[in-house]
Design a protein around this ligand. Structure first.
Ligand SMILES: *[C@@H]1O[C@H](CO)[C@@H](O)[C@H](O)[C@H]1NC(C)=O
Length: 524
């Protein structure tokens, strides 16, 4: 009844109806929204304490209250989400079949993931408003099949931090400046910042981000949430990656869950990986490595036992002597040893200065070429759009300058990308260089030391792990003296997800570091 009311502003309408619902409904009384997990939500459903509709209403209310300060959300689709809850609740009441894996779980998608329907996937760009995808991205289709409730889109750095150098992390013309919920003056980091902020501040049950190089690991670290970055799936072309608007579930785009717990991330991972018939070439190889029985069996409390972990020190541990981080990591390593893992300390990766320099490593050249290829192909397939090519977007930006304080940053990456011409000699050379850095870098250290995983603080290993499409999991590890969160990262060779999950889950359960942000400063 309420959703039929036609207020001009859907978010306001929703907020009002939620206040009404909150007054009359006692449905959610026993259920704790803050730090809710997929398991706690499913238990509350089963106990009759919660319905899918009341849960979506709780999250929409929380978003309406927090987002004006945090800028983690770009668009909401309350009508679509509530209609979906009614179908889910009816199916649950009929009880004829067991509910799907992510039944009733409210999700926010990073704004570069296309979903059929009213949500605009814009990568934060005003040029993309009004562009309608012809169909769901593969990942969205899988999430819907798994029973999720799509709430809306999460903010990000415009074009996944690929507009031009210097632009503040977490800023886009559509989303404004995303804020770190722990310390508003600190960076939320790039580029899946909105997804990480929203997960951290309990604005959705789970969120989805994307990563090419650091876009999940860094915001997860700065916002005290868990990020799983799966193996890039296109193994016949190592080192290849993408960061365009994702029209499909190519596993090499590295779509990934950002959640509050390792267990939730693993539930979501299981729902979004796998063979995609429309994308057979890219996913056939990777799907051979999805373990029989899935990933959840790797959630083992003693998952650290017997593992060999290599600590990357030089180029990675860059904390002042006597800092909180130094102390906390040494405590964590003691715990990891007590849990039965063998630590190999003081490892270093040769050529880290090259790996961390996108121009020298060849990463930038490849990104520039792939960005144009993938974006132009995406734009050409849209059902409806004002822009059909990267050059249309550059023209749009020229005609619609961004706010003055940021104008000096321009759109150099977009312009440089538009000047590329597919994968030619420069790009082939870049791929060869990246492959060499992978072989002599992470792969050699892992093999020489017989490691199951490497350990590094925060997102310090993001380029090391990105250039080879290697998997990684970041888990909250602590809070610096100024209150800014930091993570521990476990990374490994391709398709080592089961091991990494065992390690990360066991670490998380032994340490239980994550605390929700206090948010007094942002409650309105
Ligand atoms: C998508 O953009 C159009 C403008 O072209 C707008 O009318 C619509 O409300 C947007 N969708 C959502 C869910 O905000």
């Amino acid at each position: 009844m309420r959703k039929d009311r036609n207020h001009g502003n859907a978010a306001v309408a929703t907020f009002i109806l939620l206040l009404l619902a909150g007054r009359s409904g006692a449905t959610a009384a026993a259920f704790e929204l803050e730090e809710a997990t997929i398991d706690s939500i499913h238990r509350a459903f089963a106990a009759g304490e919660l319905t899918s509709r009341s849960l979506v209403e709780l999250y929409l209310r929380r978003i309406a209250s927090l987002d004006p300060a945090l800028h983690a959300v770009i668009e909401l689709d309350p009508d679509g989400a509530l209609a979906a809850t009614d179908r889910a609740d009816a199916a649950a009441r009929s009880g004829s079949s067991s509910p799907p894996q992510l039944h009733g779980i409210p999700v926010l998608l990073k704004d570069n993931i296309a979903a059929a329907g009213p949500l605009n996937a814009t990568a934060g760009s005003l040029a993309m408003v009004g562009s309608s995808p012809a169909r769901d991205a593969g990942v969205v289709e899988r999430l819907r099949n798994a029973g999720v409730m799509l709430l809306g889109t999460a903010s990000l750095s415009e074009w996944c931090n690929f507009r031009g150098p210097g632009i503040p992390a977490g800023w886009s013309p559509r989303g404004g400046q995303g804020k770190n919920p722990y310390v508003p003056s600190a960076t939320p980091c790039s580029s899946s910042s909105g997804s990480a902020i929203a997960a951290a501040a309990n604005m959705a049950a789970v969120t989805i981000g994307t990563e090419t190089d650091g876009s999940i690991m860094c915001p997860s670290s700065y916002n005290s949430v868990v990020g799983i970055k799966p193996t890039v799936g296109l193994t016949h072309q190592p080192c290849r990656r993408h960061h365009h608007i994702t029209k499909d579930g190519h596993s090499w785009i590295q779509l990934m869950p950002i959640t509050r717990t390792v267990s939730d991330a693993v539930h979501v991972l299981e729902a979004i990986v796998g063979y995609d018939a429309r994308d057979a070439e890219a996913t056939r190889k990777a799907s051979q490595y999805i373990p029989e029985g899935g990933y959840r069996q790797s959630l083992k409390i003693d998952g650290l036992r017997g593992k060999r972990l290599g600590i990357l020190r030089k180029d990675f541990f860059r904390f002042p002597l006597g800092s909180v981080q130094e102390k906390v990591f040494s405590e964590h390593f003691d715990i990891i040893s007590k849990m039965g893992a063998n630590l190999v300390d003081n490892l270093d990766i040769p050529s880290m200065n090259v790996i961390n320099d996108a121009v020298q490593s060849g990463e930038r050249a490849l990104m520039l070429a792939e960005f144009k290829l993938s974006l132009n192909s995406y734009l050409s397939e849209l059902a409806k759009s004002h822009v059909r090519s990267l050059s249309d977007i550059i023209d749009f930006n020229n005609k619609h300058p961004i706010e003055e304080s940021l104008a000096e940053f321009g759109q150099d990456y977009l312009i440089q990308s538009d000047a590329t011409n597919g994968i030619g000699r420069t790009e082939e050379r870049a791929i060869a260089r990246l492959n060499k850095l992978c072989k002599r870098g992470l792969e050699k250290v892992m093999q020489d030391n017989l490691l199951d995983a490497i350990v590094a603080p925060g997102a310090s290993a993001h380029s090391l792990l990105a250039i080879g499409g290697y998997p990684a999991i970041t888990v909250p590890a602590g809070y610096a003296s100024n209150g800014v969160p930091f993570a521990i990262c476990f990374g490994g060779l391709k398709v080592s997800e089961p091991k990494l999950i065992e390690i990360a889950y066991s670490f998380e359960q032994a340490t239980k570091v994550r605390k929700p942000p206090s948010l007094q400063h942002s409650i309105i």
